[in-house]
Design a binder for this molecule. Structure first.
Ligand code: UDP
Length: 327
């Protein structure tokens, strides 16, 4: 297949690119390298199936010709992280909504065989039910969550109006190698691994009993490809591990001392995907057990040497706007 991966130099995108190339597909990556890194695809250097184009998804005239004759478009290019999205909502809207619209429009013009959208489980906010089904109420708590959800709504609308074959995957707490995307305070694995390497305590929010549906990144690449291959369209699926794990379990598996931080507004005590829909309709389920995924992260801990080491003080500064706006 001829495929496009926007955001292919990012964390999840680069794993998807690896898998597509391994499966014998050709891949054109569109990435503006704002948070993605060429280093993430270093192992594919010289691969004739890979073509990397440094471009902003908003540059319609540049990206449109790249999509000519494309079979599958995977749209993963986006800005992540909560705090910067609260501080710079316009930047997030431009990247995550306008950029997505540009790729969607190019996909329709190019008659793409499938448009796969990387949506976020953050659309559920603090849900009423666990595990959470796709038809749960949409409650974005911060601008990042809102922009990713608007992107999904636009894509699903285009599926309906223009019959564009769209599938949206709502991703739950994805972790794995290369998850350090920028210097911003972000996902817990990067924070803890850098702390462990520096011999500093893990900064556990609250009492650490909160749980997350930690899903290994290669399982997500598999979900995208399964969705692309299927005849199904105009559907939304949760992508999760099928389980939920506490932060205390994570610190136990990683091994090290712990220090506690105040709980934060808008953070759910649990994320847990109901995966019945994707299991039934796409026959997909996650394959990497949590303990095995954590082990792989520990084996590659050297990667985090260049990552910032967060302390309770620097986290307090970095999250000041979180408390200010989301309280
Ligand atoms: N977390 C933590 N210490 C940190 C960063 C995060 O205990 O320094 C916790 C956080 O409270 C949450 C979980 O780890 O319960 C996952 O956080 P992350 O930001 O990775 O994902 P999200 O909260 O957006 O699901």
């Amino acid at each position: 297949m001829r495929t496009i991966v926007s955001g292919g130099c990012g964390f999840i995108g680069s794993h998807l690119v690896d898998r597509l190339l391994d499966d014998g597909h050709s891949v054109t990556v569109i990435d503006d390298l704002s948070t993605g890194r060429l280093e993430n695809l270093i192992s594919q250097k010289g691969n004739p199936g890979l073509h990397i184009v440094e471009a902003d998804c908003n540059d319609y005239d540049l990206i449109r010709p790249l999509l000519e004759g494309v079979d599958w478009v995977f749209h993963l290019a986006a800005l992540a992280d909560i705090v910067p999205s609260v501080q710079m909502p316009e930047k997030y809207f431009k990247a995550n909504v306008d950029g997505m619209f540009s790729v969607l429009r190019a996909s329709r013009e190019a008659n793409a065989g499938k448009f796969l959208y990387a949506a976020s489980s953050s659309c559920y906010g603090i849900p009423d039910f666990y595990p959470t089904r796709e038809d749960a109420e949409i409650r974005p708590m911060y601008p990042y969550a809102l922009t990713k959800n608007i992107g999904e709504q636009v894509a699903m609308h285009w599926a309906k109006v223009y019959k564009l074959p769209v599938i949206s995957l709502r991703l739950f707490n994805i972790y794995g190698p290369r998850s350090r995307t920028s210097g911003a305070y972000g996902a817990v694995f990067g924070v803890f691994l850098a702390q462990k390497l520096a011999g500093k305590p893990f900064t556990v929010v609250g009492d650490g009993t909160q749980t997350r549906d930690f899903t290994y990144v290669t399982d997500v690449a598999d979900a995208f490809i399964t969705a692309a291959k299927s005849d199904i369209k105009a559907e939304i699926f949760n992508v999760g591990s099928g389980n939920t794990y506490s932060i205390n379990l994570l610190t136990e598996l990683l091994g090290g001392s712990v220090i506690h931080l105040p709980k934060r507004p808008g953070e759910p005590d649990c994320t847990h995907a109901d995966t019945a829909r994707i299991e039934k309709m796409l026959n997909w389920h996650a394959g990497v057990p949590f303990e095995q995924g954590v082990k792989k992260m520990l084996e590659n801990i050297g990667y985090w040497r260049k990552a910032p080491v967060w302390t309770p003080e620097s986290i307090s500064d970095a999250t000041a706007d979180w408390f200010k706006y989301l309280e």
